[in-house]
Design a binder for this molecule. Sequence first.
Ligand code: RP5
Length: 162
Amino acid sequence: MASVLILMGSTSDWPVMQAAARMLDSLGVSWEARVVSAHRTPDLLPTTMQEAEQNDVRVVIAGAGGAAHLPGMLAAFTHLPVFGVPVPSKQLKGLDSLLSIVQMPKGVAVGTLAIGEAGAANAGLLAAQVIATTEPAVRDKVIAFRATQRDTVLTNSKLDLD
Ligand code: RP5
């Protein structure tokens, strides 16, 4: 398996969650994406986490919308770090997803990102930063990404900081 396992509750989450995959691609981190649903395929949650642990996955990214209990449930089945992405929902625009993911009881941790595409991209970035602590090639790409981002801001705003 890849270094990062991207899980989501439905194929309808992919347009948002692919931002995580794109970020990981840009930082040279391998990923695999699958659909597992906390309420439609609950039996797949423990087996998927067991498989991830046995195959040296480093980080799990989990996106879900609405009553988004997927990241918390996955975190309950593994010691691997789980980053949750609240996917925008039709009725409540993802605020429901955010609250479902962020307010974990003490003792089971989910790192919760922002709602939507920014959160998915940052989940990829954060996963890469975790992997960068032990992989110099990824660390160098993260540092280069941040430098490019800084240069872009300065170029676009035409500021002279000297
Ligand atoms: C959640 O329900 C999924 O994560 C998705 O965000 C939401 C809607 O799923 P679909 O009805 O589009 O499959 O489980």
